[in-house]
Design a protein around this ligand. Sequence first.
Ligand SMILES: *[C@@H]1O[C@H](CO)[C@@H](O)[C@H](O)[C@H]1NC(C)=O
Ligand SMILES: *[C@@H]1O[C@H](CO)[C@@H](O)[C@H](O)[C@H]1NC(C)=O
Ligand SMILES: *[C@@H]1O[C@H](CO)[C@@H](O)[C@H](O)[C@H]1NC(C)=O
Ligand SMILES: *[C@@H]1O[C@H](CO)[C@@H](O)[C@H](O)[C@H]1NC(C)=O
Ligand SMILES: *[C@@H]1O[C@H](CO)[C@@H](O)[C@H](O)[C@H]1NC(C)=O
Ligand SMILES: *[C@@H]1O[C@H](CO)[C@@H](O)[C@H](O)[C@H]1NC(C)=O
Ligand SMILES: *[C@@H]1O[C@H](CO)[C@@H](O)[C@H](O)[C@H]1NC(C)=O
Ligand SMILES: *[C@@H]1O[C@H](CO)[C@@H](O)[C@H](O)[C@H]1NC(C)=O
Ligand SMILES: *[C@@H]1O[C@H](CO)[C@@H](O)[C@H](O)[C@H]1NC(C)=O
Ligand SMILES: *[C@@H]1O[C@H](CO)[C@@H](O)[C@H](O)[C@H]1NC(C)=O
Ligand SMILES: *[C@@H]1O[C@H](CO)[C@@H](O)[C@H](O)[C@H]1NC(C)=O
Ligand SMILES: *[C@@H]1O[C@H](CO)[C@@H](O)[C@H](O)[C@H]1NC(C)=O
Length: 700
Amino acid sequence: MAFFYPSDRNEYNSAIMAIAIFLLIILQTGFAQTIISYSNFTYTETFSRPNVTESPPHVLDIKHYADGTDTAVIRIGRINYYDGANTCLEQMLLLRILQTNGSVTEINYNNTDKIQEINYCYVNSNLGVKTPISIYPLFDKYILVTYTYATNVSDNTTFMDSGMVIDWSGNVISTIEFGPSYLFPNSSIWTPNEYFVNNIDPRKGFFRLSAVRGTNNFEWRQYGYNGSFNLLQNDTFLTDSTNITNFQVTVLQSLDNGYYIVYAETGSQDSGLYAVKLNYNKTTAAKFLLYQFAPNITLISIFCSIDYVYVGHSCYATMVNMTTSTNTTMATTEKIRFLSDGALLAENQIIPYEYSSNIRNLPLGGYVIISRRPFESIIEFNFSLYNEKNQLFNYEFPPNPIISNSLGVFDILHNNTMLVAQNESSTTWNLLSIQLPSLSFRNDSNLPLYVNATYPQNGSNNLTVNYNNTINITFQDPVSFANGKLYIYQPSSQGNILRQFVDSKTCTQCTALGNVVTLNVYYSTFDEPNGKYFIQMDYNFVQNSMYNEAILGIDQYVWTFQTANTDISQGSIDSGDIWGSLRLNKDGTQHFQELNNSEKSNFISTLINELTVMVPTENGRLSSNGHYQFNDNSKSNILISLSINRAKNGEKMLNTQLAKNLNQLIINGEHTCISTGTTTIYLDYNNGFQQTSKNLYIYN
Ligand SMILES: *[C@@H]1O[C@H](CO)[C@@H](O)[C@H](O)[C@H]1NC(C)=O
Ligand SMILES: *[C@@H]1O[C@H](CO)[C@@H](O)[C@H](O)[C@H]1NC(C)=O
Ligand SMILES: *[C@@H]1O[C@H](CO)[C@@H](O)[C@H](O)[C@H]1NC(C)=O
Ligand SMILES: *[C@@H]1O[C@H](CO)[C@@H](O)[C@H](O)[C@H]1NC(C)=O
Ligand SMILES: *[C@@H]1O[C@H](CO)[C@@H](O)[C@H](O)[C@H]1NC(C)=O
Ligand SMILES: *[C@@H]1O[C@H](CO)[C@@H](O)[C@H](O)[C@H]1NC(C)=O
Ligand SMILES: *[C@@H]1O[C@H](CO)[C@@H](O)[C@H](O)[C@H]1NC(C)=O
Ligand SMILES: *[C@@H]1O[C@H](CO)[C@@H](O)[C@H](O)[C@H]1NC(C)=O
Ligand SMILES: *[C@@H]1O[C@H](CO)[C@@H](O)[C@H](O)[C@H]1NC(C)=O
Ligand SMILES: *[C@@H]1O[C@H](CO)[C@@H](O)[C@H](O)[C@H]1NC(C)=O
Ligand SMILES: *[C@@H]1O[C@H](CO)[C@@H](O)[C@H](O)[C@H]1NC(C)=O
Ligand SMILES: *[C@@H]1O[C@H](CO)[C@@H](O)[C@H](O)[C@H]1NC(C)=O
């Protein structure tokens, strides 16, 4: 069956290829050949339906969450019929959530009134030939799905661009109407034309840019989140100009929670690459010239992202000189770097000989140029890697060229893994998960590039449990504290346990001196011998102090280490059980008093269970006789009895140490997991764990 190809424009003529190959050979010398590792992920679809059961599931799109989890959302579809003009897919939105541990969650959304059949047939759009549906993972379990809604599917003028946010259970959280769908000026030809980007802090919302029906103008909209997704600001962006012959646009998140519209105008007096900066929740726009085009230069492709290596943002602009014919002219690519306030940092030509509309910054340094060549019903997918010095990286990758599916779908995750859809067969779809190398010439190639060193060192396993630890991070450039959090976690089978977090805006026991930040760690944080830990850092925890520009964070599981397997009992002998009490705060006291007797007893056992996980300690080490009383005659706070039982054989901590850790954990409750529990939030942090000479025995 005739199928569709992505609209890549990366076939070159043979003269360019010959020169390119010549240059590659020269550049390759001096690099050792690295073997790139990969794995093959296969998923078998199990559901059957009339009409489409024989049709293989195609991977239509891959997108990832920007929250550091590297969770990918894969949209698949099965061909249903060909209507004489277009190929149409089964009328069901099929999303597969692929988590880092390989687990897959299926979303099969089949409300056909909401997402009408027109959304499942291929059309031309600004993103190439595709179905009108697009997916954008937002944060947590939220995914924005955009589509078109028609009150009369035979009448294009009734088409409205729409969106809905769904969660992993397929529940619709918000429905959004964006406005009339784009129709070409003076015609009723429908061609979806919209761009989305998340805020750098995805919980703050997202940005949409779309062509305005019947004009060459664009409208932008900023959406925010406060339990649902709402329009914050919108405005129209005028590009109507009779002498523009070529207009290209893209959108980008800025590091200060705003957005950039980056566009190129050629053919006019003011030919150049421009950036329009929009601050978060503001309508004022500031326009900057990023790059002036010489006469007869035309832009072919533009790709912009956060700069993972230095500071600010970078764009790759690929252009050709139209004076000589396009076919025999070599494309050139400029890399342009700029800050959130529009200041231009640098601009340099990077690749004089290789051209593709798919060039991507890599999170661990360097960039990749992807070539996708249609061949019969598949795409031959190849990639070239370049380091920060624009040198070609010579690698060995046995599956090259990858036999990708008819769309050549791919995505690059924040952990530097590239996912490429392979040609599907009968009931399965496959992804190649390719671990791209770090192209940054550093010892610890897993840490982000703006980090030079950390203490504890990444991957170390000998951190002493000495109760007055600090952690430090040495950055490439001088930094100062900004406004973000850093989290210390212990991964566990029941989910990650938050041991401590540091808020850089309010932190008092933190210093930032030159390139180094040092943070004090609570007594209770690294208390578990042989414990596994990882540290996650938010974007904007620190900023580059030369440019006052936020620095990206450290994703989870990247900076990992282990405490030493020391015997922390140091030969001491456990004394008897320790009795004591925990005090509830005002809210807790009120909440507790409103419970009936069996609810009270549940509250206390939940409290014991939560604390056992949080300390952490073995089951049975913490217990309560279930007694409680007011702390004094004013009856303002309730005390709950808690005892710490002596260590039995093989149990890690003496009860005196447990008591100390528990006390520390609660006293610092505002910045430990105590503030995340369902019952522990009701503890009075000021009180900690108070030892008593006897067990409490009075009921009130
Ligand atoms: C990945 O697995 C699928 C299904 O087993 C197979 O068809 C495909 O050839 C494999 N790809 C590679 C590159 O090994
Ligand atoms: C099955 O395919 C036919 C065309 O071959 C199409 O008209 C019909 O709508 C399809 N049925 C369903 C349930 O999608
Ligand atoms: C990166 O994330 C992907 C998807 O979650 C996962 O399959 C892969 O193993 C991860 N790679 C590394 C090096 O952690
Ligand atoms: C993968 O991780 C998720 C979330 O942490 C968890 O719910 C799921 O059970 C895990 N799956 C497997 C196969 O370990
Ligand atoms: C839908 O649009 C078509 C084409 O414009 C028109 O002929 C038809 O009457 C419209 N249907 C309704 C219910 O308005
Ligand atoms: C902003 O959005 C509203 C609601 O959709 C619309 O009526 C208005 O025309 C838009 N304003 C601009 C300047 O585009
Ligand atoms: C956005 O700005 C408006 C005022 O223009 C303000 O009322 C609103 O609270 C702001 N929303 C957010 C999320 O900052
Ligand atoms: C474009 O090509 C022409 C003819 O080779 C040359 O004279 C001109 O300088 C080139 N323009 C640029 C900006 O390189
Ligand atoms: C631009 O290109 C056209 C042909 O493509 C040529 O006629 C014209 O002289 C060129 N202009 C400049 C300034 O190079
Ligand atoms: C893909 O890469 C391989 C190995 O580098 C090369 O032999 C092949 O010609 C390339 N194919 C394409 C389509 O560029
Ligand atoms: C790709 O998959 C289709 C079936 O979906 C099969 O007919 C075709 O031969 C495959 N192509 C290659 C090159 O493997
Ligand atoms: C980081 O902390 C460790 C342990 O306290 C210390 O040995 C090291 O010198 C510190 N590094 C810097 C750059 O301050």
